[in-house]
Design a protein around this ligand. Structure first.
Ligand code: C2E
Ligand code: CA
Ligand code: CA
Length: 777
């Protein structure tokens, strides 16, 4: 059973300590015996000891993929000592020298412990081999052979012990750790350099002591060369690790792969080490580098040495940082490409899929459909979204879309696809329905989900949606055709009153064509200013005197004939033409108004209808203010619907005050329809209430009558003028007059007519009420 890393480390520590113990077992007796013998040595002995300390600083490093094998040349001093002093003294000096050298090195404690034990044992072995083979011989060649044999034994012992320690810690075999091919070279270097010690001993025997100093030159040269070779090898290792990482980085694709590559490349670059990616920074003797990536918590690539061999230096730190930079760049590229992929498939605002993905999935769904697997598309368009955008601003509009998207999501199953198809349009693909009419259920869920009010920067926003449903029930239907069908059904839902769903039927196509024709014709009509204005008189109910006219837009289409404003004004709003069209109508109506006042010889009020989107249009305020300055003879009334006045939206309220300040009168149009609140009336600068024609029609209903009474009484209390619309019968005219209403408008007094017709009415100046009364009888 393989050992765990922790268990292996524990064993390796024990091995380190055992080696130290054996080393101490060799060193202590020899030192004690030497001290007992007087503990003296000559100058050469002292120099040799110093050399041990110096030379141990310049080891030869044999690189290996999982770590370095480090061989010291201080044994050269050992050779000298053994040849020039008694064995006990030599061993004692060697033990003391290597202990000092290792104890003062900056390596990790384990490595020092291991090295002290190992070098003392090696020294002991050398003394043993030399004494048994070459001691006391007069034959110098034999003596040299004994030296070389001792050195070789020392080298192999050191090599095997070090490799064994590495293997134990790595959990592999010694054979795997050893780089056999580098052994002969290492051995040759080692033995060769160590013979310098023999040379020194020979010189000491036969030459004056000072000649020994001559040896410092070759020894120094060798040490410098070895150090530089070792450094180069390490640097090469680092460099090739980095190079490998840099060349492979473009192939790293997913984040997990990049992270594991960083870890393995760190271990490869800083050989014989263990790397982890973690949240805490490195603690010495570990080294680390921060992996910093936008939008992610900082992590650290931390490396620690696996064995006692060597500490990290500045170059290792720099290499680690370079490696992390390579990894961060790869991660950055990965993130960027993830983002780009996401953007290519999603709507940035809502996070829903985009049109392209929707079309793609729809195509696939159509290919897979079967009687058991029904495909349907819902086309969902918000009602009144443009108003939210215009009145509350685009930011509020955006927030609303995000909130709507969340609710859309909440209605769907994971297998359904929701996409934002454009502005306020959402598409939903249901591709695994098992019975017809299921799409209607989903659509209803959607409508229900939109009912609770939305909150946006202090505003309560109500939205509803019109949903078109199209089932893929005919063969050979393309994704585009199905989506178009759903779109057409959506327009039908809008036309039939909004806030509802409609299922596509082929007859809708004709309506659709008509809509398209209408839209393009309207663009032309607005561009060429073909929209005309008709005028309907507003009459004083008590006297019949014409008080003014309401301007009503009229469009005569070349093929479609007369198109009512109820139809084309919403289209103009949808197409974004309303501001231009509104200004055209204002201009034309006002010209008519001036002519009408001139014909009457007195100021006649001119009422112009405004749509919600026009109110905040600064162009309108400018124009209104200019017209009122230049033509005081025409009092201008701006008619607004209740819905617009109900919200307490800042920009709208200040726009109304601005219009009011220019001198315009403000009228609430269609009063009493839809909204029951009157709370807004005292907050807003309103002058006129126009009671909707519905009330006139219902006057024989006592509740309607009571309501009318209440409204008129309230309006009087607030000094508001009341005009009743849609008066078609004398009976109604009388009834509302008796309720206290001042003015009226309706077919009874005059239908909307073109300017010449209106001029005729203005010229007469009044409607003959008596005549109307008699006529009715
Ligand atoms: P509204 O402001 O309520 O305009 C009054 C509508 O009632 C006019 O319809 C008018 O022709 C009609 N009407 C007048 N007297 C009677 C009557 O005795 N009985 C009945 N049944 N109806 C009567 P029209 O001209 O079709 O306008 C419809 C709506 O279109 C207007 O309702 C107004 O909201 C909008 N509109 C018309 N002109 C413009 C315009 O220039 N700009 C804007 N933004 N909206 C306009
Ligand atoms: Ca009106
Ligand atoms: Ca009205």
């Amino acid at each position: 059973m393989p050992l765990t890393a922790a268990r292996r480390t524990a064993l390796a520590v024990r091995l380190d300590l055992a080696i130290l113990a054996v080393g101490v077992g060799v060193a202590v007796p020899s030192v004690v015996v030497w001290l007992a013998g007087g503990g003296t040595t000559n100058a050469a002995g002292v120099v040799a000891m110093a050399l041990i300390v110096v030379m141990s600083r310049f080891p030869l490093v044999l690189t290996h993929k999982s770590g370095d094998i480090v061989i010291g040349f201080e044994t050269c001093a050992l050779v000298f000592l053994v040849l020039s002093a008694p064995p006990i003294e030599a061993l004692a000096l060697w033990a003391m020298g290597t202990t000092i050298a290792n104890a003062t090195s900056r390596k990790a404690w384990r490595s020092r412990v291991f090295n002290i034990g190992l070098t003392i044992q090696g020294g002991g072995l050398f003394v043993l081999v030399f004494s048994s083979v070459g001691a006391g011989t007069d034959h110098e060649a034999l003596e040299l052979l004994a030296v070389m044999l001792g050195c070789a034994v020392y080298f192999i012992f050191d090599l095997l012990m070090t490799a064994g320690s590495l293997a134990l810690e790595d959990g592999c075999s010694i054979a795997e750790v050893l780089r056999w091919r580098s052994v002969p070279l290492g051995l040759a270097c080692f033995v060769g350099v160590d013979t310098l010690g023999y040379l020194a001993a020979l010189m000491q025997r036969s030459l004056p002591a000072w000649t020994l100093f001559l040896l410092l030159v070759p020894v120094g040269t060798i040490l410098v060369a070895v150090a530089s070779v070792s450094r180069t090898k390490l640097a090469q290792g680092r460099l090739s690790g980095l190079l490998e990482a840099a060349t492979q980085a473009p192939d790293w694709t997913d984040e997990a792969q990049i992270e594991s590559a960083l870890v393995s490349k760190a271990e490869r670059t800083l050989r014989h080490s263990e790397a982890v990616l973690r949240e805490t920074p490195a603690v010495p003797p570990e080294i680390g580098a921060a992996v910093e990536l936008a939008g992610q918590p900082t992590r650290f690539l931390v490396v620690r040495r696996m064995t006692s061999s060597q500490d990290f230096d500045e170059d290792d730190q720099a290499a680690l940082e370079a490696l992390v930079a390579v990894g961060v760049a790869a991660l950055g590229r990965r993130q960027l490409s993830d983002e780009m992929r996401y953007l290519a498939r999603h709507d940035v605002l809502t996070g829903l899929h985009n049109r392209a993905v929707f079309a793609d999935r729809l195509t696939h769904a159509l290919a897979r459909r079967s009687p058991q697997r029904i495909v349907a598309v819902l086309y969902c368009d918000l009602d009144g979204f443009k108003e939210v955008n215009d009145l509350l601003g685009h930011e509020a509009g955006d927030r609303l879309l995000v909130a709507v998207a969340d609710r859309v999501r909440s209605c769907l199953r994971p297998e359904d696809t929701a996409a934002r198809l454009g502005g306020d349009e959402f598409g939903i693909l249901l591709d695994s329905l098992n019975r017809s009419a299921q799409a209607e259920e989903v659509a209803q869920r959607l409508l229900d989900a939109l009912v609770p009010v939305f909150q946006s920067s202090g505003h309560e926003i109500r939205v509803q949606a019109s949903i078109g449903i199209a089932y893929a029930d005919t063969e050979h239907l393309s994704a585009e055709q199905l989506l178009n069908s759903a779109d057409t059904a959506m327009y039908a839902a809008k036309a039939l009153g909004k806030g509802r769903t409609e299922r596509f039927v082929p007859s809708m196509r004709a309506d659709d064509l008509m809509r398209l024709e209408l839209e393009s014709a309207l663009r032309v009509a607005v561009r060429e200013e073909q929209i005309n204005v008709h005028y309907q008189p507003v009459v004083d109910l008590n006297t019949g005197v014409v008080n003014g006219f309401e301007a009503l837009a009229r469009w005569t289409h070349p093929h479609l004939g007369v198109i009512p404003p109820d139809t084309f004004i919403p289209v103009a709003e949808r197409l974004g033409l309303i501001r231009t069209l509104g200004l055209q109508i204002l201009e034309r109506a006002h010209l008519g108004g001036r002519l009408l006042s001139a014909r009457a010889g007195r100021p006649l009020r001119l009422s112009v209808n405004l749509s919600a989107m026009q109110v905040t249009d600064p162009g309108l305020a400018d124009r209104v203010s200019a017209l009122l300055r230049e033509h005081r003879e025409v009092p201008l009334v701006l008619e607004l619907t209740e819905g617009l006045l109900l919200g307490d939206d800042g920009p709208t309220i200040s726009a109304l005050h601005r219009l009011k300040a220019c001198g315009a009168l403000l009228a609430v149009d269609d009063f009493g329809t839809g909204y029951s609140s009157v709370g807004y009336l005292h907050r807003l600068p309103v002058d006129i209430l126009k009671i909707d024609k519905l009330f006139v029609r219902e006057l024989n209903n006592p509740r309607s009558l009571a309501l009318m009474q209440g409204v008129i009484a309230m309006a009087r209390a607030m000094h508001l003028t009341v005009t009743t619309e849609g008066v078609e019968k004398w009976e109604s005219a009388e009834a509302v007059r008796d309720l206290g209403c001042d003015f009226a408008q309706g077919y009874l007094f005059g239908v909307p007519v073109d300017l010449p017709g209106a001029l005729e009415i203005a010229g007469r100046g009044r409607i003959d009420l008596e005549y109307l009364r008699v006529l009715e009888r």
